[in-house]
Design a protein around this ligand. Sequence first.
Ligand SMILES: Nc1nc2c(ncn2[C@@H]2O[C@H](COP(=O)(O)OP(=O)(O)OP(=O)(O)O)[C@@H](O)[C@H]2O)c(=O)[nH]1
Length: 368
Amino acid sequence: MPETVARVLHILLFIGATVILCVWQIELHQGVITPWDIWMEPLLAVIVGGTGLVMVRRPDLDARLRPIPVSAFNLYLIAALHLTLLESPGPEQWYQTLTTLYWVPLAYGCAFVFLTLPVALVVCSITASAIFVPMVLWWHQDQLPTWTWESGPLLVVIALSHAMYVLLLWAVVKLRDSHADASASAERMRTLAATDVLTGLPNRRSMLDTLHSTLDSSRRADLPLAIVLVDADHFKAVNDRHGHAVGDAVLIHLGALMRTHLRSSDTLARWGGEEFLICAPGTPQEAAREIAERVREAVASSPTPHGEPLTVSLGVAVCRDHDDVDSLLLRADRALYTAKSAGRDRVVLAAEQDLAAPGDTRTAPLFD
Ligand SMILES: Nc1nc2c(ncn2[C@@H]2O[C@H](COP(=O)(O)OP(=O)(O)OP(=O)(O)O)[C@@H](O)[C@H]2O)c(=O)[nH]1
């Protein structure tokens, strides 16, 4: 996102420099250019385009460079207007004043696009004051000789329209910021809703979404999908002996430890209580067994927060043709149950267990 913003600003600067050069050429050819614009317009184009170039080459300087084209543009307009009023008292003053004034809202816009809101407001106030205060004073003292009596009301109308531009820009920036805030807090809420508070891992709800989408994509790509249900052994005893807080610390340790032994493409979630679930896309049966064994060994051999040995039992299921998420989970759960019954601290594959006990109909409730 910040790169997109930077790219848009670079494009704006290059287009801005090109437009200034076009205006310079048109005014030169039509003979309506002022003596100062003969050099001020190309100088402005060089500053604007040059800043864009430096920004592209040195993105680290972006924030420091942003005020340069904005200040140059605003200062140019203030200078051009004052020079027009002081140095060009002929009939062309009217034309030159108005052509300068209609560029000023663009300078306000640049301030809001390139600078922070408070700085932009300060820049716009300075520009508007530097333009309108002397003009009104001169008009009031009848020092604008070629202007007719309509000049006064016209000045007021233009000043009001400029105030409206600034107000509108302020409103747009405020709306944009509040939209960005709302998007960020919606994103935060989405993350919170999908995260287990204790371990920071994806929670059951989020894992169910992952399972459904991974099953679909694995089917489409004709890739194997394995899941591993992991359950801490005798965890109740940890709580009973060391207290719930230590039990919590053990669960956090378990989640972090297992995460380090999985690929980045695998998802590890807290499935509930002392149960974790691994979703391993693109994993056939033997590889799934290896993952489960690796996790089991890592847990058994790592120091624990409560200073006692900790083991886990694991049930592995690889998706078959007719499996859906529920049946896959059920097979992993049965394999885990077998691992527990067989003495814990072991890995059981659903496929082996299906063969060994085809009549097993244990159907523990899997979903809340
Ligand atoms: N500290 C802590 N304990 C939890 C949490 N969630 C579940 N538990 C505890 O985990 C224990 C699970 O106990 P059991 O279901 O009997 O299982 P177990 O003692 O691990 O025995 P087996 O699974 O049969 O090896 C219970 O005492 C729960 O209170 C949690 O978030 N924090």
